[in-house]
Design a binder for this molecule. Structure first.
Ligand code: SF4
Length: 392
């Protein structure tokens, strides 16, 4: 299929949150803070941001000649998109549908925070076409949630989940986190059991990382981040996660993602397959025909420049870089990367360009070649960050 006929994904970044979590390095801001600094308007912060997004959709479609391009998935991420009024989400979807051709089975996801969710909201979201909700639950343990600066409780999370189900959502994902300060194996086990009891279609279960620029990182640098768990315990939790979720009928299809049959996240699969996507909003990134574009980070600067929100762009022409990126993304998938597909897509042979890397990984039992596909071994998945950084 020619590149231009491949369906793309759309991402809308909603950067507003009620409070900033200590570990968060996303491009997200406390709404009240932005209002106090007069970076967004007190009353119409949501509609002015929507206007900017709509302006950007129109501009990008024209600039990149994308009218009528097929769309397979839309993702409202953040930040906290469930803080954003549904009527604004509706305007964004209507505009997108005007310019793009949504395939009938398009996945349209929205990230929700358990504390900013109610039945009425879910009903409205369902009505305007959202068909997948992704809850940032992280843990059901109130002490750990407090350690993470989350503003919801375990009870809020369960309540929000049931309300979304009641409102008719048949595709719900929940995020869980491992390696939270003071988390024990018993607490991690409880989190998994609580998650399974809710019976979501999809579970993302990932490890906490201490990222520069976060308040966790600042504390860590001062030696004041208490309760960090050991590498051994982290490995034990990782193994327990895989076993428990497998036994409960969830298939692991990516390093940190598990799904029931038919419920893999289409949007993220497109990223991992290095498909084309358009990102709209403050700090959003796009990849279209090997062209990378990224937007201004700060919401007020993005809003002011919504006609030309690009902060930078790069045409990717270096074969080794494109291949390295494709491998780094594709190897996250349990089924691995087809060497032939990769060659067809990029025109280059990764077994030649990365010969030394692959041999080294085979020797260390990090990578295997199985029926034309490259796959990470269990050990490779555990050490994936080291492997990926050496490929770039
Ligand atoms: S709610 Fe999500 S996006 Fe907002 S600060 Fe917390 S982790 Fe970051």
């Amino acid at each position: 299929m020619p590149e231009k006929e491949n369906p793309i994904s759309l991402y809308f970044h909603i950067p507003f949150c009620t409070a900033k979590c200590g570990y968060c390095d996303f491009n997200s801001y406390e709404l009240q803070n932005l209002i106090e600094k007069k970076q967004v308007h007190n009353k119409n912060w949501a509609s002015e941001y929507t206007d900017a997004l709509i302006m950007e959709i129109k501009g990008r479609v024209k600039e990149l000649q994308l009218t009528g391009r097929k769309v397979q998935s839309v993702f409202f991420g953040g930040g906290t998109p469930s803080l954003f009024p549904p009527q604004e989400i509706k305007k964004i979807l209507l505009t997108s549908r005007k310019f793009f051709d949504f395939i009938p089975e398009s996945e349209i996801s929205l990230e929700a925070n358990p504390n900013s969710s109610d039945y009425d909201l879910f009903k409205k979201l369902k009505k305007i076409g959202i068909n997948r909700i992704s809850f940032g639950i992280q843990s059901f343990n109130d002490i750990l949630l407090k350690n993470l600066d989350r503003i919801h409780s375990g009870k809020d999370a369960k309540r929000a989940f049931y309300l979304a189900r009641k409102a008719g959502f048949e595709n719900i994902s929940i995020d869980l986190m491992f390696g939270i300060p003071f988390q024990t194996k018993e607490i991690a086990n409880d989190d998994l059991q609580n998650a399974i009891e809710l019976n979501p279609e999809h579970i993302s279960a990932y490890e906490l990382t201490i990222e520069p620029g976060t308040s966790f990182h600042a504390l860590h640098m001062k030696g004041e981040l208490n309760g960090l768990i050991s590498e051994n315990l982290s490995l034990e939790m990782w193994e327990m996660r895989d076993q428990i979720l497998h036994d409960a009928g969830y298939e692991q299809y990516e390093i940190s993602n598990f799904a029931k049959l038919g419920f893999r996240c289409k949007h993220n699969l497109n990223y991992w397959n290095r498909g084309d996507y358009l990102g709209f909003g403050a700090g959003a990134h796009s990849l279209i025909d090997n062209q990378r574009i990224w937007n201004h980070l700060r919401p007020d600067i993005y809003i002011k420049n919504s006609q030309t929100p690009t902060a930078g762009e790069e045409k990717m022409e270096n074969a080794k870089k494109i291949l390295g990126e494709s491998l780094m993304l594709g190897l996250r998938l349990k089924e691995g990367v087809s060497l032939l597909e990769l060659k067809k897509k990029t025109g280059f042979d990764s077994e030649i360009l990365f010969k030394n890397h692959f041999n080294d990984f085979y020797k260390k039992n990090l990578l295997i070649k199985d029926r034309g596909k490259l796959k990470l071994t269990k050990k490779g998945m555990l050490l994936s960050n080291q492997i990926f950084s050496s490929l770039l």
